[in-house]
Write a protein that binds this ligand. Structure first.
Ligand code: ZN
Length: 291
């Protein structure tokens, strides 16, 4: 068990947030295809505290959807996400990266989102170097940090599971993410901690303490399935897998985090095939009992 006294969610799930990826909305042809309005109403009915949206759901309607979320009594806990900044999936030019990155900051600001998630992208082609790739990422993030600050948005640097190191994120440990925050040293820069990416890391608590108070901008919930079939699209619901959810939350809260806990489940073969109303109900039940 963690050595900090955890917040008690057993009777109160107002800290629960939905990342709309959980309903399949960020992928073409997946999920039930609910409109943002349907998602807002269903979350508000169930007492969720916040919603994190994906850019492709927002289009030109950032202000409207942000206002509607708040009018229903919830917050916008975040926007997913920046473009990949480097590597094989990033825009082809640095200017292309910056234009898209700054556009995503503006959208987060218009939504009134408290943070923008950054997925940094994989190893820069031909470098064969995770170190050089991280250096390139740091120069781009340092350029964006003042832009984000001026827009009132925090940048949540999300280290991803090492299985994504090649193409989606050369930032694969909380240690390297804390080092990058320290090196850039800008108040707009923070961390997003996701169970899927950190569940294996026994240094999590120590690294988050090293990060210092106020350095965590988001905490993402799901579970790691022991026999996972697909490292991108087969995440488990909380309680289905092998992650020590209370211990991980202990590490996050031990570093001073008191914000939303956001369910983010990519599951093409299971959860995305279910009725979204059922999925939302199960998230509430699991949040109260196993998280
Ligand atoms: Zn996440």
């Amino acid at each position: 068990m963690p050595d900090v006294r955890l917040r008690d969610f057993s009777e109160d799930h107002s800290a629960l947030a939905l990342n709309t990826a959980t309903l399949g909305h960020n992928m073409d042809g997946c999920g039930a295809g609910w409109s943002p309005e349907q998602v807002i109403d269903a979350c508000a009915e169930r007492g969720y505290g916040a919603i994190t949206w994906w850019r492709r759901e927002i289009g030109q309607r950032a202000m409207e959807i942000g206002e509607r979320t708040r009018a229903a009594g919830m917050q916008v806990s975040g926007l997913c996400r920046s473009p990949f900044l480097v590597g094989p999936l990033a825009p082809r030019t640095r200017q292309g990266v910056l234009d898209d990155f700054f556009g995503s900051i503006e959208m987060a600001s218009d939504l009134g989102a408290s943070c923008l998630t950054i997925c940094v992208g994989g190893v820069v082609e031909d470098t064969h170097s995770i170190r050089d790739s991280l250096k390139e990422v740091a120069t781009i993030v340092a350029e964006a940090a003042p832009v984000a600050q001026a827009a009132g948005v925090r940048l949540a640097l999300e280290p991803l599971n090492p299985v994504y190191g090649g193409n989606r994120s050369c930032l694969v440990t909380v240690r390297d993410a804390v080092d990058m925050c320290d090196a850039i040293d800008h108040p707009a820069l923070a961390l997003a901690i996701d169970v899927y990416h950190v569940w294996w890391d026994t240094t999590l608590g120590a690294e988050l303490k090293r990060a210092g108070a106020g350095r965590i901008a988001g905490y993402h919930l799901c579970d790691w399935l022991a026999d996972t079939q697909d490292v991108l699209l087969d995440r488990g619901m909380m309680g289905e897998g092998v992650a020590d959810l209370k211990d991980i939350r202990g590490a996050v809260e031990g570093a001073g985090y008191t914000g939303f806990c956001e369910v983010e489940i990519f599951s093409a073969g299971n959860w995305w095939k279910r009725d979204p109303a059922e999925v939302l109900d199960i998230c509430v039940e699991r949040f109260r009992t196993v998280c």
